[in-house]
Ligand binder design. Structure first.
Ligand SMILES: Nc1nc2c(c(=O)[nH]1)N[C@H]1C(S)=C(S)[C@@H](COP(=O)(O)OP(=O)(O)OC[C@H]3O[C@@H](n4cnc5c(=O)[nH]c(N)nc54)[C@H](O)[C@@H]3O)O[C@H]1N2
Ligand SMILES: Nc1nc2c(c(=O)[nH]1)N[C@H]1C(S)=C(S)[C@@H](COP(=O)(O)OP(=O)(O)OC[C@H]3O[C@@H](n4cnc5c(=O)[nH]c(N)nc54)[C@H](O)[C@@H]3O)O[C@H]1N2
Ligand SMILES: [Mo]
Length: 627
């Protein structure tokens, strides 16, 4: 199936969506929000802000939520993705951004790609990795599958799904036992080393081999290479973060950097590679329930005061609901209206059948998208937006915290309008006379409120081909990496080691559900397929159930044969694909073709209690022939 661009607004009448004028649609959107706020208070509203749209759009989106509605219930797909990275890094270093620049990857000695299919999912970053390999860097891949990324590695550590903490603990123990840890750095810049060392002590190489499935020698080799390197980069993505204990997983990796001093120096750092083109920027702009623009904590009264003075409204002194909590509040009937901008939860949330049920309980749903998604088809009002990356002015922020300008190259189709214009029109109808004379005016307002962005004028962004935050003043030249202070005599707040327990996946394997399903991406398609199904790719082969040759033989399955795959939540049918990159007991599917095969009908909504991210990477399933 392929989607056509939305070219005019739609409103629901007598149960069906019909074409409407902009005035009709904007009035209907505003009326429904006002009705729910009047009846149930501002916390009955939530916004999902678009991680594909600009920083300026995300700034206006969170401001709409906090100023026009008066709640902190704003979030984005960061919740399904790297919220645990942000939570883990900010707990240790006070800031949630990746610590290094892309260039440093080229100038490093050892690269660890942990739970990351970067060759498919981050091809631009991977191009820097390939350059490093060409220059002699060693690369390790830690992934249950022997991915395209792993094929470039010196060593592939093929671990069992959900055993990252035991593996990290065994690496740490080996480093400590071989006295390869950086004692000076640990003493000066960290806390909690003794407890940590005690905690990892039982994780010998042999115990770890049994639990993780990774041979002892491979664990040892990685430990020695990482600890002995002058410079090393530890990069991770969703293999770490899409688990019920994801923030602990992230902390386990940060522990390794603290142990060896591989952070806060040129060439050594921690890089969570962010997913959507502007998911880093969306969070930086405050489109998350616990931070104001500039990643400033809502609970800090001084910070709140500054925003209250600027915006002339009180800001709730408490965190709003994150995406996961929003879905729970819908089920409880506490959240009754939503404004979803560029997000397709009907197909992207874990346990999609439960998600649809919750969305259908809303009194008023407004969807602002560039396509008529499955989520938009459930809406009361659909608002056609311009595609930010080529039809709007503004800025994006990438995984190395670099803010870059994007330009309007095309006019949006039909009557589609810029995301910011649409929000301002709704705000006006809700009693706030908002008008921005272009994206730059939004950006300059943000710069006044966010010290990390103050020095980034549009002019400077153009002159420098992007600037990394923090950039507190127009003459600031900050190093490309964060946390250099940790190497100073007096490093300021110390970085704590975390004491962590292993906690296996929630969805248990048993006789009925004996296979471990993990889900992820391919190079040729994008997320729920809305943006990629409209063009042909010679690489694309539709959804399949990928198995290793041994499992296929044992189940008597041939390539292309239709099989039924069931979890404790749902069942789907798809053809078999046999792939030697998998290990026995492991099954892989993508999330790219949900109109044909709804993979998320299988996944489990077990979520990380700190970050709210679901365990997309581990479901228990059964596979049967369709006779
Ligand atoms: N072509 C393409 N590129 C994309 C996207 C896309 O849809 N298509 N989406 C973008 C988005 S939103 C994101 S967030 C990124 C995601 O980018 P990645 O995180 O690289 O992509 P995934 O394929 O979801 O998962 C990464 C790897 O985690 C492994 N894994 C599964 N379980 C475990 C485990 O328990 N431990 C470990 N160590 N590894 C495990 C999987 O085998 C997989 O290879 O990609 C972005 N880029
Ligand atoms: N099984 C499984 N499920 C997963 C994952 C997984 O690994 N496995 N990964 C999760 C991850 S990491 C993510 S990020 C989510 C992604 O989940 P979603 O964000 O829900 O999925 P997308 O397909 O990226 O949807 C993006 C929407 O934004 C719209 N859009 C694009 N540009 C613009 C714009 O400029 N303005 C507006 N208004 N709209 C725009 C597109 O049309 C599309 O409808 O999925 C999650 N779900
Ligand atoms: Mo993502």
């Amino acid at each position: 199936m392929s989607y056509d661009r939305l070219t005019h607004p739609l409103v629901r009448e007598d149960g069906v969506l019909r074409r409407a004028s902009w005035d009709e649609a904007l009035d209907a959107a505003a009326r429904g929000f006002l009705r729910n706020i009047a009846r149930h208070g501002p916390d009955s509203f939530a916004m999902l802000s678009c991680a594909r749209s600009t920083n300026e759009m995300n700034y206006v989106g969170q401001k709409f939520t906090r100023v026009v509605v008066g709640t902190n219930n704003v979030d984005s797909c960061n919740r399904t993705c790297h919220a645990p990275s942000v939570a883990g890094l900010s707990a240790v270093f006070g800031s949630g951004g990746g610590t290094s620049s892309y260039q440093e990857v080229e100038d490093t000695d050892v690269i660890i790609m942990w739970g990351s299919a970067a060759r498919n999912a981050h091809p631009i970053f991977f191009h820097h990795v390939l350059k490093a390999i060409h220059k002699g860097a060693r690369m390790f891949a830690v992934d249950p599958r022997r991915t395209g990324t792993a094929q470039w590695a010196d060593r592939w550590l093929g671990l069992n799904v959900g055993t990252d903490i035991p593996l990290a603990h065994a690496i740490a123990r080996e480093i400590i036992h071989e006295r390869l840890h950086n004692e000076t750095f640990i003493r000066r810049a960290t806390t909690g080393f003794e407890e940590f060392a005690e905690q990892v002590e039982p994780w010998t190489l042999s115990v770890a081999e049994q639990v993780t499935g990774v041979p002892k020698e491979a664990i040892r080799e990685l430990a020695h290479a990482y600890a002995r390197a002058d410079r090393a980069q530890l990069c991770w993505t969703l293999g770490i973060t899409e688990h019920h204990n994801a923030t602990d997983n992230v902390r386990a990796l940060i522990n390794l950097a603290l142990l060896t001093g591989h952070v806060g120096r040129y060439g050594s750092g921690l890089s969570p590679l962010r997913g959507q083109n502007n998911v880093q920027g969306g969070g930086d702009m405050g489109a998350i329930p616990n931070r104001l623009p500039g990643f400033q904590d809502i609970l800090d009264p001084e910070i709140r005061q500054r925003f209250e003075n600027a915006w002339q409204v009180p800001i709730q002194p408490r965190y709003g609901l994150n995406l996961t909590q929003m879905l729970e509040a819908m089920a409880e009937g506490e959240l009754t209206t939503c404004y979803l901008i560029g997000e397709n939860p009907v197909q992207s949330e874990a346990d999609s059948l439960a998600c649809v049920k919750r969305l259908s309980m809303l009194d008023h749903l407004v969807v602002q998208d560039i396509f008529l998604t499955k989520t938009a088809q459930m809406a009361d009002v659909v608002l056609p937006a311009s595609a930010a990356w080529c039809e709007s002015e503004g800025t994006f922020t990438n995984s190395e915290r670099r803010v870059q300008r994007v330009r309007k190259a095309l006019d949006p189709p039909g009557e589609a309008r810029d995301d910011i214009w649409i929000m301002c029109e709704i705000a006006r109808r809700m009693g706030h006379d908002w008008h921005y004379d272009g994206a730059q005016e939004v950006w300059d307002e943000l710069r006044r409120l966010s010290p990390a962005h103050t020095g980034m004028t549009y002019r400077r962004l153009e002159e420098h081909q992007g600037i990394q935050w923090p950039c507190p003043s127009e003459d600031a030249i900050e190093p490309p990496y964060l946390h250099g202070r940790l190497w100073k005599e007096d490093p300021g707040p110390r970085a704590p080691f975390a004491v962590l327990e292993h906690s296996p996946p929630v969805d248990l394997l048993d006789e009925e559900y004996p296979f471990r399903l993990t889900t992820g991406r391919r190079l040729d398609s994008y997320n729920t397929g809305v943006q990629s199904s409209g063009f042909a790719s010679p690489l694309r082969r539709g959804e399949t159930i990928e198995l290793c040759p041994e499992d296929a033989a044992q189940l008597g399955l041939a390539r292309g044969e239709e099989v039924r795959i069931s979890s404790r939540r749902g069942t789907v049918v798809a053809p078999v694909h046999i792939d030697p990159a998998l290990r026995p007991g492991l099954v892989f599917m993508t999330m790219h073709f949900p109109d044909e095969v709804d993979t998320n009908a299988l996944t489990i909504e077990a979520t990380c209690p700190i970050a709210g991210t679901a365990e997309f990477k581990a479901a228990a399933v059964r596979i049967e022939k369709v006779s």
